[in-house]
Design a protein around this ligand. Sequence first.
Ligand SMILES: *[C@@H]1O[C@H](CO)[C@@H](O)[C@H](O)[C@H]1NC(C)=O
Ligand SMILES: *[C@@H]1O[C@H](CO)[C@@H](O)[C@H](O)[C@H]1NC(C)=O
Ligand SMILES: *[C@@H]1O[C@H](CO)[C@@H](O)[C@H](O)[C@H]1NC(C)=O
Ligand SMILES: *[C@@H]1O[C@H](CO)[C@@H](O)[C@H](O)[C@H]1NC(C)=O
Ligand SMILES: *[C@@H]1O[C@H](CO)[C@@H](O)[C@H](O)[C@H]1NC(C)=O
Ligand SMILES: *[C@@H]1O[C@H](CO)[C@@H](O)[C@H](O)[C@H]1NC(C)=O
Length: 409
Amino acid sequence: MQSSTAKDCFDNFDCCHLQIVSLLVWALVCSAEASICPPACQCLSKNAWTCDNISSVADIWRDSGMVVEELTLNHIKDLNSTSEQSFSDHFGIFVSVRRLKIQQSAISSISASFIDSFPIVETVFLEDNQFLCSEHILSLQRWQSKIDGFNKLQCSSPDGLAGKKVFKALKSIARAITECPRPCRCVVRSMDSQYSIPNLLVNCSQSKLKNTPVSLPKSWVIELDLSHNTIEDATPLFNLPVFRNVTVLNLAHNHIHNIQVPNATGHKNHFKLLNLANNKLTQLANSVIFDTENFSYQPLVMLRNNPWKCDCESVKMFQSIALKQLHIIGDFTHLTCGGDFEGHLISSPAFLQRLCHVPAVAIVTIRCVNILCFIFVGLALIKTAFDLRTMYAVGIFHYFAHLLLPPRK
Ligand SMILES: *[C@@H]1O[C@H](CO)[C@@H](O)[C@H](O)[C@H]1NC(C)=O
Ligand SMILES: *[C@@H]1O[C@H](CO)[C@@H](O)[C@H](O)[C@H]1NC(C)=O
Ligand SMILES: *[C@@H]1O[C@H](CO)[C@@H](O)[C@H](O)[C@H]1NC(C)=O
Ligand SMILES: *[C@@H]1O[C@H](CO)[C@@H](O)[C@H](O)[C@H]1NC(C)=O
Ligand SMILES: *[C@@H]1O[C@H](CO)[C@@H](O)[C@H](O)[C@H]1NC(C)=O
Ligand SMILES: *[C@@H]1O[C@H](CO)[C@@H](O)[C@H](O)[C@H]1NC(C)=O
């Protein structure tokens, strides 16, 4: 009975006082405005908010059904929504924003869905922010035409990009990423390179690669990290022009047993830093580190934990390299042999002595003895022949015969 009365009452109200209801709703919205304004924000006018120290925009869309046209975010901590859904769920609030200002914030990551939640934004102000220029803020490019004075914005980090124009840096970063070989990751270190210090890292570490990549981003000086893969033949890295701009090459922890470096100097790659540690190399290819005399810098090569084949010649070669070009083999004192001499230190002078010296003395002695014998035998033969001839000539046989027989009287 009571509920029906209430229903009647409501129906009655709904039907007969429509105008009053509209008025009431309007009044409610007006009076509720202050309470709807999110706690982190100051809602100065009906549709202009300034929000401070929010950790993400999710903090302000909660409980709010208001129309905001001008949004200012100070000290916002996260512009990187990880959940695409949360933005579309609450699309309603920002769909009306025409002017967006973000300031005094560190912009290190900005997601596409964040950009998408401001579909009709006309002007974006981004001065007075710290930009950490990396692939994580590439989505900003979509706002380029809307950003007031976009050309003045500068990266504040990383060090190599500090002071560079944000959108110029982003263009380079985008290009490097497009040209990055799969499945590697490319990280721009700086826009230009001095003294052939790499300005792009191509990181293919731990990518289950069996072969070297076939292409690299162009116009960079590159650090190529190929460590922890199963590459067996590193020859292309030392020959192909694609790799000529690689000055730091990390090949540690692979299965490399072969590097062939042709003598044609035209395609020679000069590595400042070459890490070949933990592979299956038995021999050091000629010219991997030989032609370094005229370099303007001292290259560094790491060779430990390879099963180096040890004989007199190869150990001598290692030791003379280390002697001639001090520190070129960074881990020289750790190099050990594989095979018959497994575990022997290549740097040990005593080991070299043992490998070379003793056999050499023996060989020289034997040779000398052989030559002496030969000469001796030769001389003896010549002397005998000569003697016989002379004896014959002077009729010595006759003489001896004469001596032996008693003279006839
Ligand atoms: C926001 O945080 C900054 C420092 O992190 C502080 O200086 C500022 O007063 C804070 N603003 C508000 C409104 O809490
Ligand atoms: C930003 O979000 C993406 C996924 O949407 C994630 O891969 C990335 O690591 C995040 N970056 C930061 C700095 O949180
Ligand atoms: C390459 O990436 C791996 C992890 O995937 C990391 O351990 C390594 O330090 C990176 N290389 C460089 C030179 O930063
Ligand atoms: C090699 O590096 C130089 C200097 O940065 C650059 O001018 C040149 O285009 C690069 N070459 C290749 C093949 O990327
Ligand atoms: C390469 O050149 C060096 C001298 O520059 C020479 O000793 C070596 O025998 C050459 N190697 C080949 C395979 O031609
Ligand atoms: C180094 O330079 C000198 C003279 O400048 C030249 O005679 C020599 O052949 C060069 N050595 C190499 C390995 O290029």
